[in-house]
Design a protein around this ligand. Sequence first.
Ligand code: 8YV
Length: 315
Amino acid sequence: AVTDGVVLQVGGLHPTAERELATTYGALRLPPAGPERAAFLAEHGGDVTVAVTGAGMDAELIGALPRLAAVINLGVGYDAVDVAALRPRGIALSNTPDVLTDCVADLAVGGLIDVYRGLSAGDRFVRSGAWAAGAKFPMRRRVSGARVGILGLGRIGRAVAHRLEAFGCSISYHNRRRVDDVAYAYAASPVELAASVDAFIVVTPGGAGTQALVSAEVLAALGPSGFLVNVARGSVVDQDALVTALGSGSLGGAALDVFAAEPQVPEELFALDNVVLLPHIGSATVETREAMAQLVLRNLERFLADGTLVTPVPL
Ligand code: 8YV
């Protein structure tokens, strides 16, 4: 039975979740990759029935856990979990939707305002002494009334749209499927969306289906007066094309919370005042991270009680 197995913690989690895993569930923590991990898996791999992860699960790790029945993922995005390795074995997966929607949407709007108005750049300008020395901060662009395109009109995309409606922005979107219950204009492709807006906000899931969806062509359609905001995954944007476009001025600016190979950020971007760089903090508030931890624990508790999950991902 699942209940007589071992709970495995993979990667760092929220302190609340780590404490509860250790005390209530006697969870074991997976050592970092290397000889120590290999020895750990040889000893305990056969006993693990549930994995709780803040760092994903690759096919090799899943393969080393023959009794694995559920993966409980901290985060709404589960692109770091190899679902192709879960499916044939019928391993269940949960994520943490809804509880982080507001905070991620807040950050997207914050990033948009920052890159439009130059909040971070203005702060640097003051701190550097440039203002006191008589320099003039360049005028920026107006947010209210801007035409905003949303790539991915899911829970977070809708929350972003809802906020920006209050700014008098006109909202349009592209999504795999047209969404019936909204009045926003639908664009048939990312390029079409980019060509018709001032700001383009990326809120799609990551993973193979959205890899480089925001291509060089999309960035070109957005153009020199267009702004990109990405709070989704770095993989959704062709990052090399983005760096080139920002460097050459063929894209107006960008606010980026996510990158292709975090925590590495292309150094070419460091000198650009029309780029806002954030360390993947969309969900990183005390309130939301606590709620995510609680949802992880509720999924674990429910799975061990009756084999179901509170927030299962359909696989
Ligand atoms: C991170 C996120 O997962 O929910 C997501 O998809 O990107 C974030 O909330 C968070 O850092 C937890 O590891």
